[in-house]
Each structure stands twice: as structure tokens, then as C-alpha cells.
Design a protein around this ligand. Structure first.
Ligand code: KIV
Ligand code: NA
Length: 269
């Protein structure tokens, strides 16, 4: 059986076969993807996808720990990365260390992910120097939605240079990989060619060193909205609702439970 890759193994995949990753929040989803993904992200998207929050800003350390523990129980081969939630790492490098260490200690995660480029480089270096592997996340960073002014494409035109600077800063700070979210394809390709660590695209480019999607998006389970960069590889939400409608009909028609679902008065000999 394959052992789970370490952050250095992920880093070494730069320029090779694309890295495959998805988010997961529960044990059964983690089990479903364990053999197919190089790493699994316990994303703070859990707040929107499973808890119905309007953004990721309301996600807490306790939520990340509970979902991280659930995902860890479903993985034997893929590496687990846990998102640092909004408010758990921005105030200082020391606060970031305390919370990152707690996430790793209580979930068994092999690494944490945090949002930010040049402004977070010092924090990334501080964590990495103290034994915490960090995946960075630049471009559209949903925890900054109130200062970014919406979920728009990042780094178009003159803003491309700032995004390149973010990519270089997190790579130099010691991040082992960086997520590029919702950035133009050409810029994603230039960043991928420029930096020494793998780029993980979501709404970026097929030329990135890997890809990630929110699993409920690609399974068609999350249907509140669909970003352009989401491909629905299945429509489980529709299938699920049809199954529930069938169950409701069968109960009302007294078709369910049927003979095979009920117990005889006498125990079988
Ligand atoms: O929280 C999340 O799901 C993420 C991925 C989309 C990269 O950060
Ligand atoms: Na996230």
C-alpha cells in the first residue's frame, strides 16, 4: 500500500504529472477520493458547502478541527491539508503558529493552508522554520472578499505583476505549493514557469502543476451557485432529490417498507 505523500514529495512533483486534489469535509467523502488524490484539502469552503454560511468568514477553528478529524479517519494514502480559518493567523506570526500547531496536533494534518501573498510571506517563513509545512493560496482569496470587492478574476492587466510578486514571495518564504484561484490562464502559466514550487489551479490553467476543486461542486451536490471554473462531473444533487421524492411517494403509497425490510413475529429458526 502507498504511504501518504509528504509536503516535500508534493513539492518534488513540480513540472511532472499533474497533482490531483479535492476538498473533503467528511469521512465517507475522504474514503471515496483517498486512492485518487495526491492530497485532500479540508477547505474552509466547508462553511458555505456544508453549513450554509454566506461566506467563509464565519468558519471557526472548532469547525476545521471537527471536519479535519472526520477526513483524517477516511484517508490512508492521500496527504491531508487543513485550511486555517479567517482570523486564526493574520494578527501575528505567533498567533498563526499557535493555531497552525493546534490544527496539526488535533487533526493529524500534514500541512496547513493560508491565504495571502507578499503580506503573509513573513508568517509562512515563521511557520515553516518551526516545522509547519504551509501551502499558500493567492489570487482570489475568499477570506478577503470584503476588501477584494467580490469574487472577480484577479491579476488581470497591471495587477498581474502584483500577483507574480505574491507567487514569488510565498515560494521564497518556503511554501511547498501554492493555490492559484481565479486568475487568467496566461498569468497562471507564467507564474507556473517562474516559481520553483507546484502551482495548484482552480479557475487558473490546465498548465498548472496540479488542480483542485470543491468536491461538492464537481459532484453537483452544491447547487446554490456554480462558478465558471467548476465542471460538474456528476449531478448527485438532482439524483438525490429524485431518490427522496421516490421515498416520499413510496411511504405515502405504503409501498415502503416492503416484506424484505420488516421482521416476522417469530424469530427465524
Ligand atoms: O476552501 C477551499 O475549498 C479552498 C479551495 C477551493 C482551494 O480553499
Ligand atoms: Na479555503
Amino acid at each position: 500500500k502507498k504511504r501518504a505523500p509528504l509536503p516535500d514529495d508534493i513539492r518534488a512533483r513540480k513540472g511532472g504529472e499533474p497533482l490531483v486534489s479535492l476538498t473533503a469535509y467528511t469521512t465517507p467523502m475522504a474514503q471515496m477520493m483517498d486512492a485518487h488524490c495526491d492530497f485532500v484539502l479540508v477547505g474552509d469552503s466547508v462553511g458555505m458547502v456544508l453549513h450554509g454560511l454566506p461566506s467563509t468568514l464565519g468558519v471557526t477553528m472548532e469547525m476545521m478541527i471537527l471536519h479535519g478529524q472526520a477526513v483524517a479517519r477516511g484517508l490512508t494514502q492521500a496527504m491531508m491539508v487543513v485550511d486555517m480559518p479567517f482570523g486564526s493567523y493574520e494578527a501575528s506570526r505567533e498567533v498563526a503558529f499557535e493555531n497552525a500547531a493546534r490544527l496539526m496536533r488535533e487533526t493529524g494534518a500534514g500541512a496547513v493552508k493560508l491565504e495571502g501573498g507578499v503580506g503573509m510571506a513573513e508568517t509562512i517563513a515563521f511557520l515553516v522554520q518551526r516545522g509547519i509545512p504551509v501551502m499558500a493560496h493567492i489570487g482570489l482569496t475568499p477570506q478577503s472578499i470584503n476588501t477584494l470587492g467580490g469574487y472577480k478574476v484577479q491579476g488581470r492587466g497591471a495587477a498581474g505583476e502584483a500577483l507574480m510578486a505574491d507567487a514569488r514571495a510565498v515560494a521564497e518564504a518556503g511554501a511547498f505549493a501554492v493555490v492559484l484561484e481565479k486568475v487568467p490562464q496566461g498569468l497562471a502559466d507564467r507564474i507556473t514557469a517562474d516559481i520553483a514550487i507546484p502551482t495548484i489551479g482552480i479557475g487558473a490553467s490546465a498548465g498548472c502543476d496540479g488542480q483542485i476543486l470543491v468536491v461538492d461542486d464537481m459532484l453537483g451536490l452544491f447547487t446554490a451557485f456554480k462558478a465558471k471554473f467548476v465542471k460538474r462531473f456528476a449531478n448527485l444533487g438532482e439524483q438525490g432529490e429524485a431518490a427522496i421524492a421516490d421515498y416520499a411517494r413510496a411511504v405515502r403509497a405504503r409501498e415502503f417498507p416492503a416484506a424484505e425490510h420488516v421482521f416476522a413475529d417469530e424469530a427465524p429458526k
